[in-house]
Design a protein around this ligand. Structure first.
Ligand SMILES: Nc1ncnc2c1ncn2[C@@H]1O[C@H](COP(=O)(O)OP(=O)(O)O)[C@@H](O)[C@H]1O
Ligand SMILES: [Mg+2]
Length: 331
């Protein structure tokens, strides 16, 4: 279980130059918390759920992951991990949470460079107090699942950035934490490796009931992986199931686009009042229409198009990306 309550973080602004400071008094008097990273963020993640924090660069994703690990102290509000305050009760959550920060930045310095993948994993399992026999079982399972079997005897140092990220992802299978935090887990991965990682994350939540909080700016990733999403950019924009959010936007306000190729001429006036917007191009033989419409207008559009000789028709779907953009434009 993870819960954010009015979670807010302002970072101090950078000091341009010490010479700019007139005096110590001046320095102490100036308000130092100015760069917003998180503003009044509230959400609750249930046990076993995969919850996505979706926002562009600078949205505050990494800040939230750092707060979860007690690495950054919020200006206001709380983040609870399994019911414990991530700052005030940091010692209680240490054994329950595991975090992987994006890229291959081994933030906690767990891996030794000139040691094989397998030995590294064994050593970490030992640190977590897992018996040798159980560790071997878990390591084998994780390496197979992540398609890393061939790399087990390779030095960690020799692995590519993508491989290292996968090796890192083996850790939650070995440690089996209650709560797993993944900060942009597939950020530098190619599309094939990304899919392997996605299925591994799903497997984790299925097999061990791990609660996963994952950040991403990749809409496709959020749509495929997450049970629920919080769109945010410092502040909350929207929350819900990926599918529900798309449907909501479609039914409420989304303008969708239909591209139609028609043989001959078209009386554009007929479409006035039926669609939101129309763009017309003609090359004498064919007319190309771009119709911007809302869902409740679709029936009328089809009736009208039936009078023409439609050669081709293409509906441009509303993707999560468009949802994102539309919601952004509103705030
Ligand atoms: N240590 C820091 N000092 C000052 N500002 C910071 C610091 N870390 C992050 N920020 C600022 O906070 C905001 C959120 O950053 P971050 O949490 O890294 O976002 P994300 O991970 O979503 O890209 C950004 O405007 C960033 O510049
Ligand atoms: Mg980040």
């Amino acid at each position: 279980m993870i819960e954010a309550v009015n979670l807010t973080k302002y970072y101090p602004p950078p000091i341009k130059s010490l010479l700019d400071l007139k005096s110590l008094k001046d320095f102490l008097r100036t308000p130092r918390e100015e760069i917003p990273a998180l503003i009044d963020i509230n959400f609750k993640v249930k046990e076993g759920e995969i919850y996505g924090l979706l926002g562009p660069n600078g949205a505050g994703k990494t800040t939230l992951c750092k707060i979860a690990n007690g690495l950054v102290i919020p200006t206001r509000g709380h983040l609870y991990i399994s019911g414990y305050d991530s700052i005030q009760e940091h010692d209680k959550i240490r054994g329950r949470i595991f975090t992987i920060f994006g890229g291959d930045r081994d933030l906690f310095g767990l891996f030794q460079w000139r040691v094989s993948v397998e030995k590294n994993l064994r050593f970490i399992a030992e640190l977590w107090g897992i018996s040798r026999q159980e560790a071997d079982k878990r390591i084998n399972h994780a390496l197979k699942l992540l398609n890393l079997d061939e790399k087990r005897n390779e030095w960690y140092q020799k692995l590519s950035a993508g491989m290292r990220q996968k090796v890192y992802l083996a850790l939650p299978f070995i440690i089996q934490p209650e709560v797993l935090i993944l900060d942009e887990p597939t950020v530098y991965l190619d599309v094939f490796t990304r899919r392997e990682v996605w299925s591994a994350i799903r497997e984790l939540s299925k097999d061990f009931g791990t609660t996963v909080l994952l950040t991403t700016h990749n809409l496709n990733e959020a749509e495929r992986l997450c049970d629920r999403i919080l769109f945010f950019n410092k502040r909350k924009i929207a929350e819900g199931k990926p599918k529900e959010l798309i449907e909501k936007v479609q039914s409420l306000k989304a303008e969708r686009k239909l591209i139609v190729k028609i043989k001959g001429k078209v009386d554009v006036d007929e479409f006035n009042g039926i669609v939101q917007k129309i763009k017309v191009q003609s090359d004498g033989k064919f007319t190309y229409l771009q119709l911007y419409f809302r869902n409740d207008e679709l029936q009328d559009i089809i009736r009208l198009l039936a009078r023409y000789s439609v050669v081709d028709l293409q509906s441009v779907p509303v993707t999560l990306e468009e949802v994102f953009v539309q919601l952004y434009n509103k705030t």
